[in-house]
Design a binder for this molecule. Structure first.
Ligand SMILES: NC(=O)C1=CN([C@@H]2O[C@H](COP(=O)(O)OP(=O)(O)OC[C@H]3O[C@@H](n4cnc5c(N)ncnc54)[C@H](O)[C@@H]3O)[C@@H](O)[C@H]2O)C=CC1
Ligand SMILES: CC(=O)C(=O)O
Length: 295
């Protein structure tokens, strides 16, 4: 947000106040060489009342051998200590939830805040989609931004890719495979999905966490909202009948503008793809129900 000059002011809050201050000091050192003076300071929850957007990133990153779902209970406790005081500050803007397991945490924030669903968004499968597009782009040797593909469902192990909808600048990827059997005949689509799922862990094993991908994904989502772009990004949003799912937050292509998650795009999937999406949504639902029942 700072380096792209997307907003006017950023307030940083962390239970570890020294860490928040350290981040503020480091970020301020960038301003001299950037295009805009984005103001950055530490703050407390009572300062959040007039914020346009609040990004929740506090959480307990998974330990070795854990999945994102294993961090559910700890994350839920943390998220509750954040949302309650923010709502008490009079906040009526848009929440963007990053903390994992992100689909369930977004649902939980929606529940705790009482805000309309368009005002509570999880980053969902937006980051996975970026990873997926990179892998497809490598295969066909084009810029990843010319790939139109979505990872959907859980930001986690059960995410799926509706391959029948994937195109390279409008040409169906499945046709490209057929037309280039010599080069792409061996492509294993399931393996690409697995690689997309694993990518977070591959980074995690090497550097202990992931920063740039999620930060830039989040900045893209915020830009779409603040600049009223109507940009379509696969974020986690509450499904109410779309894709045959009811009452579950899952990653689906969503139109983002100044109102937040303005509308869901229902792309046509094959029967098999829809089944995979359903399985992923059912996993999210099972864990969401656990958390909602406990409160
Ligand atoms: N959705 C996505 O695509 C991604 C999600 N994540 C998730 O984001 C979360 C944070 O990850 P990292 O930044 O790598 O972890 P980190 O450990 O570097 O930072 C977490 C921060 O949360 C703070 N915190 C903990 N409890 C708090 C509370 N009650 N109130 C306020 N602050 C609190 C900690 O002091 C720490 O500074 C994790 O849940 C992680 O899985 C991370 C990357 C991508
Ligand atoms: C940590 C995480 O969820 C990711 O980078 O995908």
């Amino acid at each position: 947000l700072v380096t792209q000059g997307i907003c006017d002011e950023i307030l940083m809050i962390d239970i570890n106040e020294e860490r928040a201050l350290g981040e503020v000091m480091d970020l301020r050192d960038t301003i001299k060489y950037l295009d805009r003076n984005v103001k950055v300071r530490t703050a407390s929850y009572k300062d959040c009342g007039d914020a346009d957007i609040i990004v929740i990133t506090a959480g307990a990153p998974p330990q070795k051998g854990q999945t994102r779902l294993d961090t559910l209970e700890v994350s839920a406790k943390i998220v509750k200590t954040i949302v309650d005081p923010i709502m008490a500050s009079g906040f009526d803007g848009i929440f963007i939830v990053v903390s994992n397991p992100v689909d369930i945490m977004a649902h939980y924030v929606h529940h705790l805040s009482g805000l309309p669903k368009n005002q509570v968004i999880g980053t969902g499968s937006a980051l996975d989609t970026s990873r997926l597009q990179n892998f497809i782009a490598e295969l066909v040797n084009v810029d990843p931004r010319s790939i139109y593909a979505y990872s959907m469902g859980e930001h986690g192990d059960s995410q799926m890719v509706p391959w029948s909808t994937v195109t390279v600048a409008g040409k169906p990827f499945q046709d490209i495979i057929q037309d280039n059997k010599d080069m792409l005949g061996d492509v294993d689509l399931d393996e690409i999905v697995k690689k997309t799922v694993r990518e977070g862990w591959e980074i995690y094993q090497r550097k202990g966490t992931t920063y740039y991908g999620i930060a830039t994904t989040c900045a893209g989502i915020i830009k779409a909202i603040l600049y009223d772009e109507n940009r379509i990004i696969p974020v986690s949003t509450l499904l109410e009948g779309e894709y045959g799912q009811e009452g579950v937050y899952a990653g689906v292509p969503t139109i983002l503008n100044r109102t937040g998650a303005a509308d869901i795009l229902e792309i046509h999937m094959t029967k098999e793809e829809l089944e995979k999406f359903k399985s992923s949504a059912e996993i999210i639902k099972e864990y969401t129900d656990k958390i909602l029942k406990e409160i």
